[in-house]
Design a binder for this molecule. Structure first.
Ligand code: AMP
Ligand code: ZN
Length: 136
């Protein structure tokens, strides 16, 4: 279902113009208008899902298929040196638009972006406790 007050629903369904690099019946891939790097793009489902967990499994699989094809096109055409896939769920994780999307961020040597996290140094006991919390 499309949500009328959702900007990504309106973009994905063509009600608001966007710089579209790919479209099919279920998805649209657009250029991000505040790009981290040249060619930063977003994979948007045309139906409204707030995040990954709200999406049916087959739709999530389809999104990854679209992301892979578009990512490959970006790397080829823009001669990128690498590419990050980023997908934020929840405001704590940096999600600002509450409609599922996958970021495709082409990377260039020395592009000055810092998309990676800072590693921490937990003890073995702490790691074991985390494992138990997840699998127990
Ligand atoms: P996130 O923080 O993962 O929710 O990412 C939202 C992304 O959407 C940001 O990278 C924004 O630059 C991008 N964005 C927001 N509004 C638009 C828009 N109208 N057209 C293209 N990209 C947008
Ligand atoms: Zn939406």
């Amino acid at each position: 279902m499309k949500k009328d007050d959702c900007i990504f629903c309106r973009i994905a369904n063509g009600e608001i113009p966007s710089r579209t690099i790919y479209e099919d019946t279920d998805f649209r891939v657009i250029l991000d208008n505040g790009p981290a790097t040249r060619g930063h793009a977003l994979v948007l489902p045309k139906e409204h899902y707030e995040n990954l967990f709200a999406m049916p499994e087959d739709k999530a699989a389809q999104a990854m298929k679209v992301a892979r094809a578009a990512a490959s096109q970006l790397v080829d055409k823009l001669h990128a040196d690498g590419l990050n896939l980023v997908q934020n769920n929840g405001t704590a994780a940096g999600q600002t638009v509450q409609h599922f999307h996958i970021h495709l961020i082409p990377r260039y040597e020395n592009d000055g972006q810092h998309i990676l996290w800072s590693p921490s140094s937990p003890t073995d006991k702490e790691l074991d406790e985390t494992l138990r919390s997840i699998t127990g």
